[in-house]
Design a protein around this ligand. Sequence first.
Ligand code: MG
Ligand code: MG
Length: 252
Amino acid sequence: GAGVISIKSGREIDTMARAGRIVFDTLELMRTLVRPGLSTEDLDREAEAFIRSHPGATPSFKGLYDFPKTLCTSIDEEIVHGIPSPKRVLHEGSIVSVDVGVCVDGLHADSATTIPVGRVAPDVQRLLDVTERSLYAGIAAARSGNHVGDIGNAVQRVAEGAGFGVVRELVGHGIGTRFHEEPQIPNFGVPKRGPQLKPGMTLAIEPMITIGSPATRTLTDKWTVVTQDGSLSAHFEHTVVVTEGEARILTK
Ligand code: MG
Ligand code: MG
């Protein structure tokens, strides 16, 4: 859509940074918990309790578009939006993408990371490293005066340069008083195209990268998005605010 991109006040950005700190600490907690034998339901329960232990903080995902849980937990060929379940048990050598949002005083923050379960194969670790590197390339391109296309182009160059696929159907987004705001932020693009970035814009940048083809399909649970070819996928995300200089990461 061609809607207006909101500019946040300093006070709103401070609140988003408070939410972002809880998001970061939640993902750090998940990193310490992930191990073979644990279910994604276990992770979800711990995450929800941790978030709610902060006065005024609530999980953003629970109830958003009727999503039932605090986390999205997406294992191996699952790209995003996996629903935590006691039936989904983590196995050595797998990867699990954990995505979480937190709301504080009506403002949201959103971040995701992909965590190895025990020891993973070198090509799998490389997928994680490249996906995270593509996120930081996207963040570095999120400068005042640049355009949304500069972010996507930076992500795409890193990921495709490493021989990986860039998911097209799912994109990053503006974030603030609503979880999903303008603009959409594809992980591919052409420099100088798309809306121009200005200080005070808050963006969730989130590359979803595949070892094989980036073509997707959605499972019959109507949520879980997987790679069509069954290849592994990684997802890293930060919420940032555009400034006069380098973007400031609010989920770190
Ligand atoms: Mg997210
Ligand atoms: Mg997001």
